[in-house]
Design a protein around this ligand. Structure first.
Ligand SMILES: *[C@@H]1O[C@H](CO)[C@@H](O)[C@H](O)[C@H]1NC(C)=O
Ligand SMILES: *[C@@H]1O[C@H](CO)[C@@H](O)[C@H](O)[C@H]1NC(C)=O
Ligand SMILES: *[C@@H]1O[C@H](CO)[C@@H](O)[C@H](O)[C@H]1NC(C)=O
Length: 573
């Protein structure tokens, strides 16, 4: 750990004062300006990036070079994208195609809006992932020949010469101890990854193992939360809490879990209502943005779980073709409180299979999914086209409010996904509720497109308020825990709220409506100084510890009046 430079710590009030003092220097008062108000109601816009990326975006991960790894499964039969150089995947056990010369993974280059086929060798269907502290994706499990595999994908080192960027998937020799299909992963403070559950697997294990003898560990909670015929506990929701323990939610129950001692510290109250929240009654879960205070004070942690389906919904859709209405509710739980109770809220519409993305301004976006039915083959109806914005109670905006945003046009049903990219857009892709690619299926054909959703803060009317980052005063864009560092940025005009915040967003691995490892931290602001007419320098403290922020690459955003800058990458270690 680097030595911590001791500076006087200005309070939030004195930071506000600094900005208030700066403001008159513009020679204008806010009353003179027709400032856009940052109301996001009904906002947002959609743009089709590519009508086809050749595969259906079932799993997505943004890497530290800004590229996005996307993959579906190898046993779909041929995809719509050939592998280059006549490469083929030969798998005698493949259920669809034993010699397959098409790609099932692509690398999407955000800057150039282009794709490159990748060669994933074993079946990644319904698998899981996390990014290691060095920025390499560790991707685990799947189906059939892939169910115990550990794969890595390291970001390409950008090469100037043409034809560079040849990085591809690697498969490790060490396999998982147990098959992991529909499991969830989380990066840990020590840089290892924990993999929890999977279909009919009531254990967790780590990658890498500390010794060759290390096995998996039984977790009764996973067995107890499994409904007899419907499961409703797959892809359990995992959130690493600032105290170093793991919050695990499955079905309707949740625990605080010490994974080192294999010890359930406590069980939280059951989420109110009848609705089930995990696959196939797929809801979604986020650890809401955490506000870091001075020094090593532990931030409060609150989890929000939205959507799902009532009990019996899967059986009804799968067996009877009756698609019951999905859950209307979200529950928030202050998991760091000693005896928290759920706060329930109602969404503007019912939702199942929605992704929840934390945006660069700390708001939560609910996107994708359906109104009726559940996850699974052909098991849902009535796509939800409108994303919804949720303003978290601790955010800069008004408390606990949902805002319905502009609708997209492509149904994003089972096996769709979404990720936030550094420029603040949300990439949306996938949708394939069929066991093969089926482009004629009605009403939800297999979708190979990639879209971008532009959240309201990207609207041109807010351009004037948008901060832009000039530089990070951190050697090699890297900071140590608790280290103080500065971000230099430009704002040409201050909005009604002159507050400047700095947020860190860990890019999640998204699949099956759960963004694994998603994490947002509001950094402690130590001071703001003016550098020139429009340039400022804000000094912040890096997160205090690896339990608050596991080591790795984060997107850093400067946020002003709810309008985020473009993100830059910051390595925390
Ligand atoms: C994928 O390929 C199939 C077969 O060539 C074709 O019918 C279909 O239109 C293609 N789909 C897309 C989205 O490109
Ligand atoms: C969706 O659920 C509602 C409420 O149960 C029901 O009235 C409607 O018919 C369902 N829609 C479909 C397409 O099944
Ligand atoms: C595609 O889906 C339709 C139903 O929407 C079905 O009739 C057809 O058999 C499916 N095609 C394949 C190849 O599975």
């Amino acid at each position: 750990m680097a030595s911590v430079i001791k500076k006087p710590m200005p309070s939030a009030a004195s930071v506000a004062t600094t900005l208030a003092l700066l403001f008159p220097l513009f020679g204008l008062s806010s009353a003179d300006l027709a400032l856009p108000t940052t109301s996001f109601f009904g906002g947002g816009r959609w743009s089709l990036l590519r009508p086809s990326i050749g595969i259906s975006a079932m799993h997505m991960q943004v890497l530290r070079d800004g590229n996005v790894v996307i993959f579906d499964r190898t046993d779909f039969g041929p995809s719509n994208l050939s592998l280059p150089g006549g490469k083929c995947r030969r798998d005698p056990a493949d259920v669809a195609l034993k010699v397959d010369c098409t790609a099932h993974s692509v690398l999407y280059d955000v800057e150039s809006n282009s794709i490159r086929p990748l060669n994933v060798q074993t079946d990644t269907w319904c698998s899981s992932g996390a990014v290691r502290p060095d920025g390499t994706l560790i991707q685990t499990g799947g189906y059939n020949d892939g169910e115990r595999k550990v794969r890595t994908f390291a970001p390409c080192v950008r090469r100037r010469r043409r034809g560079g960027n040849s990085c591809d998937w690697t498969e490790l020799k060490e396999n998982l101890v147990q098959r992991r299909w529909y499991a969830s992963n989380h990066i840990l403070p020590d840089g290892r990854v924990i993999i929890v559950g999977g279909r009919n697997v009531f254990t967790y294990e780590f990658v890498p193992k500390t010794s060759a003898k290390e096995k998996s560990f039984y977790l009764k909670f996973l067995k107890e939360t499994r409904d007899l015929t419907e499961e409703n506990n797959l892809y359990p929701f995992l959130h690493l809490l600032p105290d170093g323990n793991l919050f695990i939610f499955a079905n309707k129950r949740s625990i605080l879990f010490d994974y080192k001692k294999n010890w359930v510290i406590k069980e939280y109250p059951v989420i109110p209502g009848f609705d089930k929240r995990n696959y196939p009654s797929t809801g979604s879960s986020v650890l809401l943005p955490m506000r870091l205070g001075g020094g090593s004070k532990m931030p409060a942690a609150e989890v929000m779980i939205c959507g799902g389906s009532p009990p019996g919904a899967f059986t009804k859709s799968d067996k009877l073709r009756v698609f019951v209405e999905a859950s209307w509710s979200c529950g928030r739980l202050r998991v760091s409180d000693p005896n928290p109770e759920w706060t329930m809220e109602q969404m503007p519409m019912p939702r199942v299979m929605s992704d929840m993305m934390i945006l660069p301004n700390g708001h939560v976006l609910l996107i994708n999914g359906a109104t009726n039915g559940t996850a699974g083959w052909e098991d849902a109806r009535n796509a939800v086209y409108n994303p919804v914005l949720y303003l978290p109670p601790d955010g800069p905006g008004p408390a606990g409010r949902f805002e319905v945003l502009n609708a997209g046009r492509i149904p994003r049903m089972y096996h769709s996904s979404a990720v936030v990219v550094p420029d603040g857009r949300v990439l949306v892709g996938g949708s394939n509720p069929h066991s093969k690619y089926n482009f004629t299926a009605y009403p939800y054909p297999t979708d190979l497109s990639l879209e971008a959703f532009y959240p309201p803060y990207l609207s041109p009317q807010f351009a004037i308020l948008r901060p832009s980052i000039l530089s990070l005063e951190a050697v090699e864009q890297t900071v140590s825990y608790s280290e103080q560092f500065s971000v230099n940025f430009i704002v040409t005009m201050f909005g009604p709220s002159r507050e400047i915040s700095v947020g860190l967003l860990a890019p999640p691995f998204t699949t099956h409506s759960f963004a694994m490892n998603q994490r947002f931290l509001w950094l402690d602001v130590l001071g703001v100084v003016r550098l020139s007419s429009f340039a400022y320098s804000i000094t912040v403290a890096a997160p205090p510890s690896a339990t608050v922020a596991p080591p790795g690459y984060y997107m850093l955003f400067v946020v002003h009046s709810d309008i985020p800058s473009r993100g830059v990458w910051l390595r925390v270690r």
